[in-house]
Structure formats: structure tokens, C-alpha cells
Design a protein around this ligand. Structure first.
Ligand code: ATP
Ligand code: MG
Length: 574
């Protein structure tokens, strides 16, 4: 393609609403343009990168026996009501009505649809396993759409669903996808970790996330360099604490005027923070519509993991209780609330709370705290792992110290078991004629997010540094002075030679200064740039590799052959 005719609207400045490099660069390089928050146009260069990722994903899905189909994005409510997710999805689901007032949604995911496909057309164990996938848009009304296509409200996903006769079959399908995902993200040139994760709204149990390591990633992970353990902090289990041998002291009440935070409490009483306990109040709404106040406790220096807590409650929604509700239930403002004598709340305590002796807690009396508080003797509650695991904590697998980091979740594998096949009646008949629900798994990859993740990992201050595998074009031929006929004609022939050799190239034949062309080439991130300049009369050109900045001089034909060879090598690594 000739740049003089290309639709390639590059910008010199970062857009004001773009906070992270991939978002800034996707806008500046003219890959995307915003339509509304979380909704983007993919412009030609951006779409080419998306198509590259899609092609890699398709190849790897097909290699594992996946078969592609295409499901609609406009979906009727009924199956979602049947699985309970019409309610569970809450505000994240875009809902609409047709002219007959029938309810629909824009697909946030496709378990309901695919399960119906299998239910209607797969009846016998002989037809299983099946691996069906599709690549298409998903719609989620995210609370915080941000970072460009990284967290969009409309985005492209590949989702594959596996149907098996039994858990052993599911394990085989799951392993295939695990392997395919590792190949996909490696081929995309990404550095990633496979982390244990929380299943979230999809449900089921047993799940891994493929997380690309990136400073600006939204996922927080902990990982162990010693044994390879990695987990999302939402999920990471805290090592069970040991029982304390300390003697239980009698309980006492002390005045703590004006103290409402743990820090103030530590300052006021001079107690170690590990001996303080904090209590947080939530409203839990259960599937049967019942509402209940939950009081969750962790030690003063810990953070309550709301996801763990919510999962343990079994509630549909859990939201922080307003201060006035806390005061009504406990008789004191939130900073003075405590577990002793607490009524009308479901008390859930972290395992550390249950084994720490002589804690200081709120007294349910404004301006007072209790000392010498002990679980079991002075209050009770459900004991479980409720706290966040952080860097510096102990690895649950090998007891070494965990490291912390941030990452971008680009893909996730879930074991769904029979959650959807049971609620939607997706059954098969076994050898003896008995019917069973199919055992399912689902496996998603954020295609547009993966493109953003590649840029997040592969860029410098001048622009994108595409890996060859996902680059919109492999190379650009820059005619340094387009007014010079010798240069123009040599540039043109190098460009044509590249095309003959199977290299996807552009020819920068614009009447711009050389500096502008070089800047754009760096911003757009072509893996290779061939400069046709002063030495054109001798038939000599320069090859510049974007990533390393290395420069080689070659004869024009050799330059094209050299780039073609390098591109071929890079692509064959898959
Ligand atoms: P997240 O925790 O980031 O919201 P999720 O767990 O909701 O992700 P899944 O339902 O597992 O995501 O979707 C599969 C993949 O789709 C994710 O791994 C991610 O790559 C991508 N994805 C999910 N939500 C978005 C979004 N809002 N914008 C872009 N990609 C997304
Ligand atoms: Mg989500």
C-alpha cells in the first residue's frame, strides 16, 4: 500500500483521556477512534492487527479440533432467565425490548446460546466431545470503561465451549485449551503468567487466567519464583495461621475519644496493629430476595477481600452498608463498631481473627474500645480465609516469599461442569441408554484487549514496536526524498520486490520531510524499515530493525530478501 493514499491519521500529541501507553499509542498511530466511552472504531491499521491476532487464535483453536461457528449478538432473555443470569448479570448487561415488548440483551457472553445448540443437536455420547467456538463482539456495560479497547463496553472476544461426557473428558479439553492459549500468547510475542483465578459471574470452579505482565495492568497478581505458583489476588489463598499459645486475658473497656481508624487506635493505645481487628459491614442480597447484614472481620493490618467474602456468603450481591445502617445495627458509628454483643448481623471472620489472642476491637459504643477480646470466648462467627494476599506473604504451595505484580488478563479458562447443561437440559445418552448432563468448559480470549496488551509490552518513547506476528504491516519502504526520481523509482521497486516475496509492506511515497516519515514509521511500529536515500544511485539502501534499532546497508534486492527472510523466520516460530 502506498502511504500517500493510505487512511492513516497519525497524531503528534497524546489524547487527553488516554492514561496508559497502549491507549495513547493506539489513538496516535490511528488504530482506533472513540465513538463513546468504551466504544471504538477500528481504523484500517488497527483492524489489521486485530485480524492478525484472530488468525493466530483460529489456527490454534483449529489445531486442537475446535470448530468455528457464529452466534448472534442479539439474544432473547428466556435462556438467561432459566440459568438465573438475567438477574445475576445486573447492570453489566445491556438490555433492550423488541416492538412486542419482548426482552433481549446484547450478548455479554454465549454460554446460554451454545448450550442450546448442543442441547438441540447433540444427543449421544458418540457425538462427544465437541469444541465449538466463535469470534465476535461482546457487550458489557462496564462500571469503568477505560484504557481504550483494554476495557471496552463493546469488544471482540474468542470464546470456545467444550462439551464432554465426564470430568475426565473435561480435563482433556481444558488441557488442550491451556496448551493452545500458551501457544497463542507466545506467538503474539507476549510475556505472560498463568494464574489461578476467581470464577466470578460465569460460575463453576477451576479456572486459570492468562495474564500479560504490565505495569498498568488492572489485575493484581502474586507469584512465586521458587515453585511457579501464580494467582490473582482476588483468589490467592492466605496460608492458614498457626494457633497462638498466648494466655487469654480478661476483657476490658477503654476510652478512645475521637478514635475511628485503625491508625488512630494504634496511636492512642500503643498496641501493635496485628492485635487490632477491623470489622466491615455489608448488605448481602440472596437469590431468594432475602437481605442480611454481614459483618466481616480481618486483622487491622490486613485488607478484607470482598470477592472471597461474597463467594462465602453465597449471596447474589454484596454492597457496603451505609454508615447510618451500621449505627442502627451496632449502636455506634462504623469506626467504633465491634463483634462483641453484635446482633442482627451474620459475622464472618478471617482465620487470623480466630487465632489471635487479646485483640482490640470497637465496643459498639462511640469513643470506646474493648481490649482482651478473644474469638469463641467473647464472640463467634463463621471462620474462613477472608483477607487479601499481598507481596511478602508466604507462598501457599512452597512457603517461600511471594512477589507481587500487575498484569492484563488476556484470556481465561473455566471449568463450568454441569452448571449450564443442567439448567438448560443439555443432556446426552450414554452407552447403556441413560441420560446425563454434558460436562462443559468455556475459554475466552479478549482479541482487542490482546492487541492493546501487545502494545503495552512492546513500545518505546517513539511508538509501537510490533512483533512481526501481529504487525499490521511487516515493513515500510521510506523514500527519503520523494521528489528525487532515482530514489522514488528504487523505493518503488524494493516495495514491489517485498510484495513478491510475501512481505506485507507499505511504501512511504508521501511528499513529507524525511524526519516526518521516520517519526511515523516509528510510531506505527513497522518491524522493519527500508530507507531509500542518498545511496540510491548506487542501488544501496538501509534496513532498520524497529526493536533493536540496528541498521544494515544492503543492495536493494538483498535488502528485500533479508527482510523477507527475517519475517519468515519470525512467523515460523509459531
Ligand atoms: P475482567 O476481569 O477483565 O473484567 P472477565 O473475567 O470479565 O475480565 P471473561 O468473561 O473471562 O472476562 O472474558 C474473556 C476475556 O475477554 C478476558 O480474558 C478479557 O481478555 C476479555 N475481556 C473481558 N472484558 C473485557 C472488556 N470489557 N474489554 C475488553 N476485553 C475484555
Ligand atoms: Mg469482567
Amino acid at each position: 500500500m502506498r502511504m500517500s493514499q493510505a487512511f492513516m491519521p497519525t497524531l503528534r500529541e497524546n489524547p487527553a483521556d488516554a492514561e496508559i501507553p497502549s491507549h495513547q499509542l493506539m489513538v496516535r498511530a490511528g488504530l482506533i477512534r472513540k465513538v463513546a466511552p468504551g466504544i471504538y472504531n477500528l481504523l484500517p491499521f488497527g483492524l489489521r492487527a486485530v485480524r492478525k491476532v484472530e488468525a493466530i487464535v483460529r489456527e490454534e483453536m483449529d489445531r486442537k479440533g475446535g470448530q468455528e461457528c457464529l452466534m448472534p449478538l442479539l439474544l432473547p432473555a428466556e435462556p438467561w432467565i432459566q440459568t438465573g443470569r438475567w438477574g445475576d448479570y445486573g447492570d453489566e448487561m445491556f438490555r433492550l425490548k423488541d416492538r412486542h415488548q419482548r426482552q433481549f440483551c446484547l450478548a455479554p457472553t454465549h454460554e446460554e446460546v451454545i448450550t442450546q445448540i448442543a442441547r438441540d443437536d447433540v444427543t449421544s455420547y458418540r457425538q462427544l466431545p465437541q469444541l465449538l467456538y466463535h469470534i465476535g463482539n461482546k457487550y458489557r456495560d462496564e462500571i469503568r470503561p477505560r484504557f481504550g479497547v483494554m476495557r471496552g463496553r463493546e469488544f471482540i472476544m474468542k470464546d470456545l465451549y467444550s462439551f464432554d461426557v465426564d470430568p475426565e473428558g473435561l480435563a482433556v479439553s481444558y488441557d488442550k485449551m491451556y496448551d493452545a492459549y500458551a501457544r497463542i500468547f507466545t506467538r503474539c510475542g507476549l510475556e505472560f503468567r498463568v494464574v489461578e483465578a476467581d470464577p466470578g459471574a460465569i460460575g463453576g470452579s477451576g479456572t486459570h487466567e492468562f495474564t500479560v505482565l504490565a505495569e498498568h495492568g488492572e489485575s493484581e497478581i502474586v507469584y512465586c519464583d521458587a515453585c511457579g505458583f501464580a494467582a490473582n489476588v482476588e483468589k490467592a489463598e492466605a496460608v492458614a495461621p498457626e494457633a497462638s499459645k498466648e494466655q487469654e486475658l480478661p476483657m476490658g473497656k477503654v476510652a478512645t475519644p475521637g478514635v475511628h481508624t485503625i491508625q488512630e487506635l494504634v496511636g492512642c493505645l500503643g498496641v501493635p496493629v496485628e492485635k487490632t481487628a477491623k470489622i466491615l459491614f455489608y448488605w448481602a442480597v440472596y437469590h431468594d430476595g432475602r437481605e442480611e447484614m454481614v459483618a466481616a472481620m480481618v486483622l487491622g493490618h490486613r485488607e478484607l477481600n470482598e470477592i472471597k467474602m461474597k463467594n462465602l456468603t453465597g449471596a447474589m450481591h454484596v454492597t457496603m452498608a451505609p454508615a447510618e445502617d451500621v449505627t442502627r445495627v451496632t449502636g455506634a458509628p462504623p469506626g467504633s463498631a465491634g463483634p462483641v454483643g453484635l446482633q442482627n448481623a451474620r459475622v464472618m471472620v478471617d482465620r487470623e481473627i480466630a487465632v489471635t489472642r487479646n485483640m482490640v476491637t470497637g465496643a459498639n459504643d462511640d469513643g470506646y474500645h474493648l481490649t482482651g477480646v478473644n474469638f469463641s470466648r467473647d464472640f463467634s462467627g463463621e471462620v474462613s480465609d477472608l483477607r487479601y494476599v499481598r507481596e511478602g506473604d508466604i507462598c501457599p504451595r512452597c512457603r517461600q516469599v511471594l512477589r507481587g505484580g500487575r498484569g492484563i488478563e488476556v484470556g481465561q479458562l473455566f471449568k463450568l461442569w454441569t452448571k449450564y447443561s443442567e439448567s438448560l437440559g443439555c443432556l446426552f445418552t450414554d452407552e447403556s441408554g441413560q441420560q446425563h448432563p454434558m460436562v462443559m468448559g468455556c475459554y475466552g480470549i479478549g482479541i482487542t484487549r490482546t492487541v492493546a496488551a501487545v502494545i503495552e509490552q512492546c513500545h518505546d518513547e517513539n511508538g509501537i514496536m510490533w512483533p512481526v506476528s501481529v504487525a499490521p504491516y511487516h515493513a515500510t519502504v521510506v523514500c527519503v526524498n520523494s521528489a528525487d526520481e532515482v530514489q522514488a523509482s528504487l523505493a518503488s521497486s524494493v516495495y514491489e520486490e517485498l510484495g513478491r516475496l510475501g512481505v506485507e509492506a507499505v511504501l512511504d511515497d508521501r511528499e513529507e520531510r524525511a524526519g516526518v516519515k521516520f517519526k511515523d514509521a516509528d510510531l506505527l511500529g513497522f518491524p522493519f524499515r527500508i530507507n531509500v536515500g542518498k545511496k540510491a544511485p548506487q542501488g544501496v539502501v538501509e534496513v532498520v530493525e524497529r526493536r533493536s534499532g540496528q541498521v544494515w546497508e544492503h543492495g536493494a534486492t538483498e535488502a528485500a530478501q533479508y527482510v523477507a527472510q527475517r519475517v519468515k523466520e519470525a512467523l515460523s516460530q509459531g
